[in-house]
Structure formats: C-alpha cells, structure tokens
Design a protein around this ligand. Structure first.
Ligand code: 13P
Ligand code: SF4
Length: 350
C-alpha cells in the first residue's frame, strides 16, 4: 500500500530527507552515523551554504576524499584532481570554493584567475606538495639540464612554474611515455616515480627517471602483508590501489589507478569483496553510489582532507578570511599555467 501523498512544508525537513537519500548508505558495514535525526542536524547548514552559493554565484568543487556530507550535501562537482582542474578551468563562477587540499585550490586559481578561489582551511596541505620548493627544483634542474621536468599535480604553484609538464594519477604513464626526452626529472612523488619506472620496464621503454623524495603519508603506509591477509580471509577479494602506493603494493594489486579510475573499476567489476588501498572518503563515495558492493576496510584517513567541514565551508563562503583566499603572483601563475595547459594538450580527457 503506498503512503498517502503529503506536502512537506518545512524546507529543513525536505533538506534532511534529500541528504538521507545519499548518506544512508555511508558506513554500511559499521554503525550508521547517518539517519533522519543526524541529517536534520546538518540540514540548516547545508541549506544555508546552498543559498550562499546562489547569492555569491559560487561553485563548490569537492575531491572524493572529503566527508560525504560535504560531497552530497553542498558539492557541485566531485572527482579526482584532473576532473576538478577541468571544472575549475571551465567555471564561470565569481567564487570557486575548493574542498580538498590547498594545492588543488592553487591549481584552480592558476586555471581560473578571474575567480575568487577560497579554501575552508588553509592548513589543508599535502605531504607530497609540501615536500619540495621551487628552489629545490631549480637546484635539481641545474644538476640534470637535459631532463624534462615532470611534476605531479600534487605540487605547489612554485614547483609547477619550474616544470615542463604536469601530470595526474590518471595520465602519468601516458604523458611520461609520450615525452621525447629520455631523461625525466619527476617531482615530488618518489613512489609514483618508482611505479612509472616499473611500468616503463614492463613495456620495454628505455627512459631514466630521476625523482625527489616526497611520499604521500596515507598511501605509503599500505603493505603487501595487508594484501596477503585480505586475500587469505576473503577469497576472491579484489585489491584496488592508487599509484602513490609503494611498487610492492602496486605489483600485488588487481587494479592501479586514479581515484576516479578506481571507482570506475569497482563499479564495473563483479567481485565478492574489495580492499581499497586509498583514503576512506573514496570508500564512502562507493558505498553511496554502488551500495551492493562489500568493502573490507583497510583504507586510511588523510589528515589534511579531513580538516574540511560544513561549518568551515559556510564561513569561507559567507565571509572569507585573508588566509582562506588563494592569491598567486601573476608572473608565477602564468609560468605554472603553462605546465598544466601542456598536460591538457597531451592528455585531453580523463
Ligand atoms: P587523484 O587525482 O587520483 O584523485 O589523487 C589525488 C590525491 O591526492 C591522492 O592522494
Ligand atoms: Fe596529499 Fe596523500 Fe592527502 Fe592525497 S592523500 S592529499 S597525496 S597527503
């Protein structure tokens, strides 16, 4: 018997029910944090953020690692670094609020200089981006003057300004392979450089990859033992990893790719269980978007991504403080834009 039609007059109740439609699937395997009562608690804030967005002609870009109430409550676009950079470049908004980490917001400012780009928390750094300065890259370039300088997008505007081409986890292999130079200076991710070196060897391509020493504090912690244990306990489990993991982990994974590619892989395969070797936000997204799948834990939290919150988003939109507004010197911005534009030319789609 269907429920009698009933008009909901209270906008907060409507908002709470809208939120619940997505959030009810989060934490499927644990105690559910989201129910109609907890959705009612955040509904006034998400309603107000969405109102402010319209008032300020703002767009909210959300990386898949941030909390699901942000992604599904107030985000306009959600995805990986490549996709969000494209969206920042295309944005016609007066304000871009980037909910991710600071290097992503800097990238948005480089690509969309006319917009005011704001972040909820200026402390949301990244262990990779913060591992190397522009001065460090200049020193390395002096040591290897014949090398093409390739920077992973997880880098500061200063580092991008010193680089020939930028890459993301979705195009790193294709771009490095396609460059004419035989010697590549790859910054800042040492483990991704190891994975690129291995991929080149597998494909019989000769190139020298020199790297700096950065690592991701989240992905460097996954271990082959964790994979072995998961396979023993959950026969048929598919192991899905990010190229910021160690080459030992990458070698054992069933699939290695960007966060968007990992999502696509899970959605398009049929396995009894999945071990996601990445940040837990991606698991929450999959729980919402593919609730039939079983995830067996193992993911880790990025302390920087988790600095974002609905309250900070509200405050950054309503009255951004100077430290929440991204500014980049125009000459530096143009030099940094060059290496991202080159990426878009070499890898025009995600
Ligand atoms: P993606 O571009 O694959 O989303 O990766 C960003 C990131 O910071 C992974 O740790
Ligand atoms: Fe940086 Fe790692 Fe966090 Fe991604 S997960 S933002 S690479 S520290």
């Amino acid at each position: 018997m269907s429920m009698p039609a009933q008009k909901l007059d209270d906008p907060i109740e409507v908002e709470a029910r809208r939120l619940l439609l997505s959030l009810m699937y989060v934490d499927c395997s644990a105690d559910r944090k989201w129910n109609i009562a907890t959705c009612r608690e955040i509904a006034p804030l998400t309603l107000e953020i969405n109102r402010l967005k319209r008032e300020k002609n703002a767009v909210i870009l959300t990386h898949s690692y941030v909390e699901p109430e942000i992604i599904y409550g107030v985000g306009d676009f959600k995805g990986d670094s490549y996709y969000l950079s494209e969206k920042a470049k295309e944005a016609k908004a007066d304000v871009i609020l980037f909910v991710g980490v600071v290097f992503m917001a800097e990238t948005a400012k480089i690509l969309s200089p006319g917009a005011q780009v704001v972040v909820p928390d200026r402390g949301s750094g990244c262990s990779l981006a913060d591992s190397i300065t522009g001065e460090d890259v200049r020193r390395l370039k002096a040591l290897y003057p014949d090398a093409a300088v390739v920077c992973y997008i997880n880098s500061t505007a200063e580092v991008k300004a010193e680089s020939d081409v930028c890459v993301t986890s979705s195009n790193v292999y294709d771009i490095v392979i396609g460059l004419p130079e035989k010697r590549i200076l790859f910054v800042p991710d040492r483990l991704m450089a190891d994975n690129v070196r291995k991929e080149l060897a597998n494909r019989g391509i000769e190139k020298e990859i020199i790297s700096s020493d950065g690592t991701c504090v989240v992905h460097e912690e996954f271990t082959p033992a964790q994979i072995d244990e998961a396979r023993a306990a959950f026969p048929g489990v598919k192991v899905v990893a990010h190229p910021e993991c160690t080459p030992e982990v990458a070698e054992l994974a069933d699939f290695l790719g960007s966060t968007s590619a990992m999502m696509k892989y899970v959605k398009s395969t049929d396995a009894p269980y999945y071990l996601m070797l990445t940040e837990c936000g991606l698991v929450s997204r999959l729980e919402v978007e593919d609730p039939e799948k079983n995830f067996i834990g193992g993911c880790r939290l990025c302390p920087f991504m988790k600095l974002n919150s609905l309250q900070k988003i509200h405050d950054a939109l309503s009255d951004p403080q100077p430290d929440q507004i991204i500014t980049i010197d125009e000459d530096l911005r143009q030099r940094a834009a060059h290496c991202i534009d080159r990426m878009f030319e070499l890898a025009p789609s995600n």
